[in-house]
Design a protein around this ligand. Structure first.
Ligand code: ADP
Ligand code: MG
Length: 373
């Protein structure tokens, strides 16, 4: 019977990491007792700055690095003692190496022939994998006759030709230019849904994480700082670190001075008052950081009456045209630097310019209270 990959009804793997750690020889802690669950068919991004333990985590799941402690379960069964080739995973890394002297088709088929799959089936499965990445027409070419994006697609076809239930990707699109990266991101999402694959993606690019992933785990120093839906992590970061790593944030250190129902009143270190109506778990007197996204700040000429509780005047230091938006940088006397973005389509006749004083206001329900640092 003929089976296409797309007909095979592969159900994605359920991945669980429990207390997973890696201490490298020499004592460097790469990953520090992380717990994480990835649901079947889910795309999860491990996001964080260089050195925070993303690759180490992914390579432990792959079987390329042996954990120092902890468990890796797939569908409830430990795979820690299984060798790489028995874990049934596909892998895609930035430095994919294609065999230069083999055709595209042979590159994809190579792994199957090594595993002793019957010849007719190899050809059929390889063509099917190439069809899924839209490269069937180039099956006979050599890699050097392909663009970088096409080569990366061949590597992707090679990763899915085994019909894995889990796809692991480490900065897979890092070498591609922005346009190509964006179209590959959408294609990867589509492919994942089509094949019912679970995907764990490593990236240091917050935009890539937001575009590709269902949930994002933000890592820091070998630990997971926050995990949640992309939108949730963006709108409700728990720390200044997360707020600043995902998107841009204006961060102001403050102390909680009172609380009345939903309204938290804070006082900045410069004595300015800020109101927030967002949820948080802090108590009176706590030293916290207030985070305000640039797109939530409205600007009005200096001296305009403040329309809400959150208002600060600042000196415009720079106005940068960014295509769709203007980014206005302001300095608050004795305080922080702010950045606000205003859609170019919304700018009226008066546009902030360097050297002018403008008034910033922002809503209390967009004022996020996070832990310092
Ligand atoms: P990321 O992928 O987030 O950039 P890594 O997982 O590669 O981070 O590294 C996590 C930490 O482990 C870093 O401090 C790094 O220097 C260290 N590390 C990674 N690989 C090794 C290794 N083979 N030997 C020793 N330390 C390592
Ligand atoms: Mg890495």
């Amino acid at each position: 019977m003929k089976i296409n990959i797309s007909d095979a009804q592969i159900r994605g793997a359920h991945v669980q990491l429990e207390g997973l750690s890696k201490v490298y020889s020499g004592g460097t802690v790469g990953v520090d007792a992380i717990d994480l669950a990835v649901a079947p068919g889910e795309i999860l991004a491990l996001l964080g700055p260089s050195g925070c333990g993303k690759t180490t985590t992914l390579r432990m799941i792959a079987g390329l690095i042996t954990p120092s402690a902890g468990e890796i379960l797939i569908d409830g069964t430990s795979i820690v003692s299984l060798p790489v080739h028995r874990r049934n995973l596909g892998m895609l890394f930035q430095n994919y190496a294609l065999f230069p002297h083999m055709s595209v088709l042979d590159n994809v088929a190579f792994g199957l022939s090594m595993r002793g799959v019957a010849k007719a089936e190899i050809a059929e499965r390889s063509r099917e994998a190439l069809r899924l990445v839209q490269l069937e027409a180039l099956a006979d070419r050599l890699p050097k006759a392909l663009s970088g994006g096409q080569q990366q697609r061949v590597a992707l076809a090679r990763a899915i030709v085994y019909r894995p239930r889990l796809l692991l990707l480490d900065e897979p699109l890092g070498a591609l230019d922005k346009k190509l990266r964006e179209s590959m991101q959408l294609e990867l999402r589509q492919l994942c849904a089509q094949l019912g694959l679970t995907m764990v993606l490593v990236t240091h690019d917050q935009e890539e994480a937001l575009t590709l992933a269902d949930r994002i785990a933000v890592m820091r120093g070998g630990r997971i700082e926050q995990v949640g839906l992309g939108r949730e992590v963006y709108e409700h970061p728990i720390s200044a670190f997360v707020a600043n790593f995902i998107g841009t944030s204006n961060l102001v250190d403050a102390r909680i001075v009172s609380r009345d129902g939903d309204v938290t009143v804070l006082e900045t270190d410069q004595g300015q008052s800020i109101h927030s109506t967002t949820r948080h778990g802090f108590a009176l007197g706590d030293a916290v950081t207030v985070s305000i996204r640039p797109e939530h700040v409205t600007l009005a000429p200096s001296g305009a009456s403040a329309s809400g509780p959150n208002s600060l005047e600042g000196l415009v230091t720079q106005a940068v045209f960014k295509g769709q938006n203007l980014a206005i940088h302001l300095r608050v006397p004795g305080g922080a630097d702010f950045v606000c973005t205003i859609p170019v389509a919304m700018t009226g006749s008066a546009v902030p310019a360097a050297g002018q004083i403008w008034r910033m206001t922002w809503p209390a329900d967009r004022t996020i209270v996070v832990s310092r640092a």
